[in-house]
Design a protein around this ligand. Structure first.
Ligand code: NAP
Length: 678
């Protein structure tokens, strides 16, 4: 690909309502994400910096996080709303900052409907969603007309503060989507029942926005292409809706897959890249306006391929632009190996957002902290040793080198990556390799000296006279002490994951944290028939032909040749500490495969009979061939004492600083922050 032959980098001509045209500078859209900055007192400047950095990275069109056109539609009480001049005017700093970088920006209008977590929620019918705390009030005909008016008013306000358009959220199970699907719409007036009635609300919202705004105001409609819930729409209905929305005046259709209450993963890392683009192509063939491909597209190369094959007119990436705002510029300049790729872990972004915290990104802690975490050239270059090439050490080494320090990176292992080398071997977590590819390329680009396969000793570190030593030595597995723990059939998790030891047909896993779940996933995983996409759709019961309402079909029965027990001492249910947006997927997979999950376990001993435990005071023996210990970690600080007593300036990051609750998000964040201070 050269920039000249790239479809992704080529401009897109949008037809305005009056037949004139609007030119987008390329075909990459930054998809909508609520970051949490929207609610902060200094959020406007911070949002402006956040979006401006992505615009500077070359993205053609930005869609902001969603705001409701009235307070009933807010996701939670006290959320900001786009319902008055006063509410709209602070947005101007955002639109100006983005326009200064040559990109277009539209604001998303999102009415939560029954997904509102406050008591004033409204919906087509008084039906509580399975993930909502409250039953919404059924909207009266007056409520409906008033809300449609509010959409138009919000669009006028958006236009007034410089937005180039709006994206009307009609997917993900929010209000407009609720009107569309029988699952949430049981009305028998003109707003429910027949397809024509169910789509009326979405169509009217678009029509009113179009009528209220100038002719070159962009209207994107986010359409649920596959609801993935019982009582969802059929493919034929989706096509009819899309056509009606186009006729009402939308000039881009942006299809999405799944409702928030779906029990089918759509954007987690185990979803194959571009899994739903076949459907986008089918939809595009029915429409005249440009159509967007989205959902698990994290690579400009894949985006290019989709566009080249005519599968879409534009590609939307959201999380990948958290991970690397410069993604498109790097691609355009032939430096794709330097892209910090989104691995769809959700740990820094969606898990945080759905816990009411500020969004960031595991692999890029600067995301949403652009104004506070700056990587600026150092005035005093130092010689820095970073000991440990796990995620925290890598982040520190790279950031320090970016600032102009002279960095030497040590690791006892012959390759970089630390715990990520284990993570990437777990089925469904292969994307973790991308982070290591990025760090590896960046280390070379920055000229970091890599001393791999070399266990750093305090004596040689002191002799080398480094100005600063960063101990990113990570963790060592916690040692347990019950009888039989040294038995050869009691295994270390790293040996199991790396395939260094055979594992029998009956296995007990001691410890159900992140690593216990990873090991259970690995040992229960069976290869199904077909390619990656076929295996994924068969496992989760997804009908990509869209024949069945909601696109759901029967999942293929789970198979597991092993008998597995996943154990923890705590009495609560297993996997509570896993990520909010991915933990349910991991629990569901193991449950479906028949993994035995036991909590409240007391370990007694291991011998030839198996693992002796008691649960609720009742003793039992698990007749297992092997036990895998995944009982957490202790910090590895073996170098600390001697370096400290010799007066060596040093810092600890990641697991070496604190093993409890260790996760890569914290390790990378600490590595970057430390490097910014040095
Ligand atoms: P962890 O999450 O702290 O889990 C340790 C497990 O061992 C817990 O189930 C704990 O539960 C058990 N345990 C602790 N002390 C024990 C003892 N003395 N005897 C028996 N069991 C004991 O640690 P981890 O699984 O090693 O993971 C380390 C970190 O890596 C995690 O915190 C996580 O953030 C990260 N990680 C994340 C993922 C992910 O998917 N997000 C995957 C892998 C790793 P009880 O005390 O109740 O038995």
């Amino acid at each position: 690909m050269t920039p000249a032959s790239s479809k992704l980098l080529s401009p897109l001509c949008l037809t305005n309502a009056d037949g004139t045209t609007t030119m987008l500078r390329n075909r990459l859209i930054m998809g909508s994400m609520h970051t949490g900055l929207e609610e902060l007192p200094d959020g406007w400047e911070r949002l402006a910096a956040f979006y401006a950095e992505r615009a500077a990275g070359g993205v053609g069109l930005i869609v902001t996080g969603g705001l409701s056109p009235n307070s009933e539609g807010n996701m939670w009480s006290g959320m900001r709303t786009l319902d008055s001049e006063e509410a709209a005017s602070p947005h101007r700093v955002i639109t100006e900052a983005v326009h200064a970088q040559g990109a277009h920006i539209v604001i998303q209008l999102l009415h939560a409907g029954r997904y509102a977590t406050h008591a004033d929620g409204v919906a087509p019918s008084a039906l509580r969603s399975p993930i909502s705390p409250a039953t919404p009030r059924e909207m009266s005909a007056d409520d409906i007309h008033r809300t449609l008016f509010d959409y138009a008013q919000a669009a006028i306000l958006a236009q007034g503060v410089g937005y180039d358009g709006v994206e009307v959220m009609g997917a993900e199970g929010y209000l407009i989507n609720q009107f569309m699907a029988p699952r949430a719409n049981q009305r028998n007036d003109e707003w429910g029942g027949s397809l024509e009635n169910r789509i009326r609300f979405g169509v009217e919202a678009v029509r009113k926005v179009r009528a209220a705004t100038r002719s070159n105001f962009i209207i994107i409609f986010r359409l649920s292409m596959l609801d993935l819930v019982q009582g969802g729409c059929t493919w034929d209905e989706v096509v009819e809706m899309a056509k009606a929305i186009e006729a009402a005046g939308a000039n881009i259709i942006n299809p999405y897959v799944g409702w928030h209450e779906s029990r089918v993963p759509t954007i987690a890392t185990l979803v194959p890249r571009g899994a739903f683009t076949g459907l986008t192509l089918r939809l595009k063939s029915e429409l005249g306006v440009p159509v967007v491909a989205s959902n698990r597209i994290n690579d400009p190369g894949l985006a290019e391929q989709i566009l080249a094959q005519g599968g879409a007119d534009l590609v939307s990436m959201a999380r990948p632009l958290l991970a690397d705002p410069m993604l498109l510029k790097k691609y355009a300049s032939g430096q794709s190996t330097l892209i910090n790729t989104c691995i769809a872990c959700n740990q820094g972004c969606l898990d945080e957002a759905f816990s009411g915290r500020l969004t960031t990104c595991m692999v890029n802690p600067r995301a949403c902290r652009e104004t506070e975490l700056r990587i600026e050239p150092t005035a005093k270059p130092m010689r820095i040793a970073v000991i440990g090439a796990g995620p925290g050490g890598l982040a520190c080494a790279v950031t320090a080198a970016q600032r102009g320090h002279e960095v030497t990176l040590y690791d006892a292992a012959p390759v970089i990556g630390g715990q990520f080398n284990l993570a990437r071997l777990i089925p469904g977590k292969e994307e973790y390799s991308e982070t290591l590819r990025y760090f590896s390329a960046e280390l070379v680009r920055l000229g970091v000296e890599q001393r791999l396969g070399e266990r750093a000793a305090s004596k040689s570190l002191l002799a080398a006279g480094f100005d600063h030593v960063v101990l990113a030595t990570g963790v060592v597995p916690r040692r347990l002490s019950w009888p039989g723990i040294e038995h050869p059939r009691v295994l270390r998790y790293a040996d199991v994951i790396e395939g260094r030891t055979p594992v029998g047909a009956r296995v007990a896993i001691v410890g159900a944290g992140g690593i216990g779940f990873d090991v259970a996933e690995l040992l229960s995983h069976e290869h199904l028939e077909g390619n990656e996409l076929e295996q994924f759709t068969a496992t989760w019961g997804i009908d990509l032909q869209g024949q069945s309402p909601g696109g759901l079909t029967n999942p293929q029965p789970a198979r597991m040749s092993r008998e597995l027990w996943l154990l923890q001492r705590r009495s609560d249910s297993l996997g509570k500490g896993l990520g909010k947006t991915t933990g349910w997927i991991r629990r569901a997979l193991l449950r479906r495969r028949g993994v035995n999950m036991l909590s409240g376990v007391v370990y007694d001993r291991f011998d030839e009979e198996g693992l002796h435990i008691s649960v609720g005071g009742v003793a039992r023996i698990l007749p297992v061939d092997h036990v895998v210990i995944c009982a957490g970690q202790d910090s590895d600080r073996s170098l600390l004492g001697e370096l400290e007593s010799a007066g060596q300036p040093l810092s600890l990051v990641g697991g070496a600083r604190m093993a409890g609750e260790l996760d890569a998000t914290r390790a990378i964040d600490e590595g970057v922050r430390l490097a910014c201070r040095l």
